[in-house]
Ligand binder design. Structure first.
Ligand code: DOR
Ligand code: ZN
Length: 453
């Protein structure tokens, strides 16, 4: 036999992209896909992965995760968070700046990159934060490796206070020059702050008060305002975690008017509604923006599955169980772990025929790669791309159980749900990181992504 000339051959894959299915084998050298073609044409390899017709897709790219490191290691850290991502078929994450310290300076960014480089098992980009007073740090943070920036229009978190409209516009001028897309938490902060004070003064402590505070009016207003700012400055915008069906027409309108605006939603808005409060505890469901009434679910699914909403993210926001289900709604930590359950929840929609696997690949890998300038290295199974590849078992039925998740966020709103379809192998730049649910690569395997220019 000839001396191996490549590292790995994945034999007889059924490769799914947004445009269709191709049956071929994949050769990988130095972390890069070097050949895709008939099995008999593959070079000799040191390692063979016999797929025998199993389905493979590009690793999912999740542009919205909170890994809490530095600041809240009891909730998550770079190892637990990226191990959870790998278990869920996610090969690249973009991590949010609401850590302690917030990622709002070169020093904080450099520290976070060092932590992630030492601890991550999947690739990562780090968000910088836009804050009143850090304008002069934005360019230096881009030079120091920020993957993108976050604007918390609607924030009551003192670590990442909502910046003024003046600050937002000045920041967008900079990002427009760099052609850099900015992710926006689109809620009107004044509405949130005013309503919270009013509701608290009225003695409200119930779960419905959270929904009254975060009325979808606040989301619709902020989407329109940031779309206007985007058109005025030329800065590309990405709307985070769309939560209301009533926001969809504003997304459509902005796109029709030629705004460079993209949008994401998350599995909890697609799968849950306030009705799940009965099962989970209404306070447990707290997330910002909120999971709303049942009438929002089907329109959001439709908009994501037909491409009106571009991207599926998770807003992975892990907390300990004890931090979530408290008697007073204002004391309940908002958010859920998501990276480990997102793909299997969507594969379930594929199994029932509601979603095509081609469209799933588009919204989970190809679109985020294109929008955040990771393509053509990431988001595609193609010669010259990073070998970020996930093998699926499309028939596997299993119930979601928090006890089996890798995240430190030890409570999931999807507990007990039966899913059909599971990622069974996750490869990052040619290295197998997860096999059959087990993490098989050490911390430090993950690398910081660099942008195509
Ligand atoms: O529910 C949420 N949780 N929304 C956010 O915007 C932040 C996140 C968190 O960090 O816990
Ligand atoms: Zn978030």
């Amino acid at each position: 036999m000839a001396r191996p000339s490549v590292d790995t051959v994945m034999r007889e894959a059924r490769i799914v992209s947004s445009t269709g299915v191709r049956e071929a084998s994949i050769a990988i050298a130095d972390g890069t896909i070097v050949e895709i073609g008939p099995d008999e044409t593959m070079p000799a390899a040191r390692e063979e992965i016999v797929l025998a017709g199993a389905t493979v897709i590009p690793g999912a790219i999740d542009v919205h995760v909170h890994f809490r490191d530095p600041g809240f290691p009891h909730k998550e850290d770079w190892t637990s968070g990226t191990e959870a991502a790998a278990a869920g078929g996610i090969t690249t994450v973009f991590e949010m700046p609401n850590t302690d310290p917030a990622t709002a300076s070169v020093a904080a960014l450099t520290d976070k990159i060092a932590r992630a480089s030492a601890k991550a098992v999947v690739d990562f980009g780090i968000y910088g934060n836009v804050a009143d007073g850090n304008h002069d740090a934005l360019e230096p943070m881009i030079e120091a490796g920020a993957a993108a920036f976050k604007i918390y229009m609607g924030s009551d978190n003192p670590l990442v206070p909502a910046p003024s409209d003046h600050t937002i516009l000045a920041a967008l001028d900079i990002f427009a020059r760099h052609g850099m897309r900015t992710t926006v938490h689109a809620e009107n902060a004044a509405i949130l702050v005013g309503r919270e004070a009013r509701l608290k003064a009225a003695g409200r402590t119930d779960a419905a008060a959270h929904l009254e505070q975060h009325a979808d009016l606040a989301e619709m207003e902020a989407i329109q305002r940031i779309a206007l700012y985007s058109r005025e400055t030329g800065a590309p915008i990405h709307i985070a975690h769309l939560s209301s069906a009533r926001s969809i027409p504003f997304i459509e309108a902005a796109k029709r008017e030629g705004t460079d605006l993209s949008c994401e939603t998350c599995p909890h808005y697609l799968t849950l509604s306030t009705e799940d409060g009965a099962r989970l505890g209404a306070n447990f469901l707290r997330v910002k923006p909120p999971v709303r009434g049942p009438e929002h679910k089907a329109p959001l699914r439709r908009a994501l599955f037909d491409g009106t909403i571009d991207v599926l993210s998770t807003d992975h926001a892990p907390h300990r169980h004890t931090e979530k289900n408290r008697p007073v709604i204002w004391d309940c930590a908002p958010g859920f772990p998501g990276v480990e359950t997102s793909m299997r929840l969507m594969l379930t929609a594929v199994a029932t025929g509601e979603l095509s696997l081609e469209r799933y690949v588009a919204m989970a890998a190809e679109a985020p790669a294109r929008l955040f300038r990771l393509a053509p290295r990431k988001g595609h199974i193609a010669v010259g791309a990073d070998a970020d590849i996930v093998v699926l078992d499309l028939d596997r039925r299993e119930r979601i159980s928090a006890a089996r998740l890798h995240s430190k966020g030890n409570a999931t709103p999807f507990e007990g749900m039966e899913t059909i379809g599971l990622p069974v192998l996750t490869m990052v730049r040619g290295r197998t990181v997860m096999r059959a649910g087990a993490i098989v690569a050490p911390p430090g395997t993950g690398q910081r992504v660099t942008m195509a220019v």
